[in-house]
Write a protein that binds this ligand. Structure first.
Ligand code: NDP
Length: 241
């Protein structure tokens, strides 16, 4: 399948989980992918495995200057960026009485500020070219009110509002903006919980695998004509909320 032949795509958080699966899917659909995360050894391995013009850039997206640096690197390599998947993220959950306040700034920096900065910078670039696709990874946690999820879910809810407004502001520009909200998917995102002796959420139900979400992201990127699949919620079949 080569629905994205000739397109260029950036996937953040491509060193594991949903980002890695998405990079494979987009590449298989014909896109030249640029992989982004901090662990360069993993990115290098994946880029080599994908071949077909895949490249990578190691960046800590929690740094304020990283999105601009990403845009500059992408413009040097690609000229024009067609697809940006803002996927990199971390999960921290705790009741207020146990929440480690040192985690607050890193969460805001990566899960919200980096996505907002990248979305704005790449939206300007894409608008100037009259086309493009931005996909922001939310979570079903944005729509669920549950103890322990206030900060993570709250930031994803804020990201959803930002993403929806960006879509509206870009209406008629040729740039599509959408959000994909995954349900429970087994990835390394639960490793931090498990390292503290807590059960990962993926241990409670039969969860999804990263490629389940990657297929939804690809579907969003494959829209043509006047269609924009702007909100995709992907639940595990046994999720009961
Ligand atoms: P993983 O932990 O498997 O992957 C997270 C990715 O983000 C890694 O590639 C990691 O790479 C990258 N990353 C983390 N910190 C930084 C940083 N400072 N700078 C650059 N990259 C960074 O998680 P998932 O695949 O599960 O998560 C992907 C997205 O999906 C997230 O936004 C998450 O919130 C969302 N999501 C996941 C769900 C799930 O159940 N798994 C459910 C709902 C939403 P590296 O460490 O090499 O930098």
């Amino acid at each position: 399948m080569t629905s994205l032949a000739g397109k260029t795509a950036i996937v953040t958080g491509a060193s594991s989980g949903i980002g890695e699966a998405t990079a494979r899917r987009l590449a298989r659909a014909g896109a030249a992918v640029m992989l982004v995360a901090r662990r360069s050894d993993r990115l290098e391995r994946l880029a080599t495995e994908i071949g077909d013009g895949a490249s990578y850039v190691a960046l800590d997206l929690a740094q304020a200057g990283a999105p601009q640096s990403l845009l500059d690197t992408a413009c040097e390599r690609f000229g024009q960026v067609d697809i940006l998947v803002n996927n990199a993220g971390i999960l921290r959950t705790s009741h207020f009485d146990a929440f480690d306040l040192a985690e607050l700034e890193p969460l805001i920096a990566l899960n919200f500020a980096a996505v907002v900065r990248s979305s704005i910078l790449f939206a300007r670039h894409m608008k100037a070219h009259g086309s493009g696709q931005i996909v922001n990874l939310s979570s079903i946690g944005a729509s669920i009110t549950a103890a322990g999820t206030g900060v993570y879910g709250g930031l994803k809810a804020a990201l959803e509002r930002f993403t929806e407004v960006l879509r509206i502001e870009l209406a008629g520009s040729g740039v599509r903006v959408g959000l994909v909200a995954p349900g429970t998917t087994t990835t390394e995102i639960f490793a931090e919980m498990k390292s503290k002796g807590e059960p990962g959420w993926d241990e409670f139900i039969p969860s999804m695998v990263p490629d389940d979400i990657a297929r939804a992201i690809l579907f969003m990127c494959e829209q043509t004509g006047n269609a924009n699949a702007a909100r995709l919620h992907v639940y595990a079949t046994s999720e009961g909320f």
